[in-house]
Design a protein around this ligand. Sequence first.
Ligand SMILES: [Zn+2]
Length: 259
Amino acid sequence: MRLADATWTDVRDADVDVAFVPVGSTEQHGPHAPLGTDTLDAVAVAEAGAAAYEAAESAGDPDAGDDATAAGRVAVTPPIPVGVAEEHRAFDGTMWVSPETFRAYVREAAESLPGHGIDRVVFVNGHGGNVEALAEVARRFSRDDAHGGYAVAFTWFDAVGEHAGDMGHAGPLETALLRATNPDLVREDRIEEAREGAADRWGEWVSGVNLAHDSDAFTDNGVVGDPAAGDAERGEALLDLASDALAELAEAVVDRESA
Ligand SMILES: [Zn+2]
């Protein structure tokens, strides 16, 4: 169930197990991919993960009749579109908020849910810069005895098996997922340009420390990795891997006794 498309009576009457809160960013993704890439990818994974969870629940309920359906057991909330992305500030159109503002906003938004009986939350993240702050939001949400809720943070590109090492930025994985889910937004005529200005890896590393606080220090056009190495077929595989991992995680979050 897409929360923003449902009515309040739909939500009242639904049997929601868990909310998925997509968390993205509005930031440069090279000359070929849109500023909203992280948000679009997070929403795509959240919706596919909800479908996978509901399919598994429908199949696995022995008490349910032939037309058993677990539709509506996941509430996919509207996405959080601006995150912790100041590292891309040199590139036009990039937006960000401070980690403090982000943490407070995301936590308070999630805290609206337990009062409606939705006390399990999975943040479905699409942006590396949000990871640290989201982990803290999930812990704080879970430790709050006032509502008794429990939350965890999931980042889709950490849950794609052997593909994970190719992450980059606006590189093979993100471009592949866009090609599978939002192909019209990939500027295919700029892929060559994107490859030519791309860096091989994220950051400038010495003794395990990244010296570069901002991405323009190591990539001229914002790209890390080869966006040509991720076709739509690879994007479908990534979507399957990430959504299956998310469904499995959600089951564990729902079954878990408490924080
Ligand atoms: Zn991204």
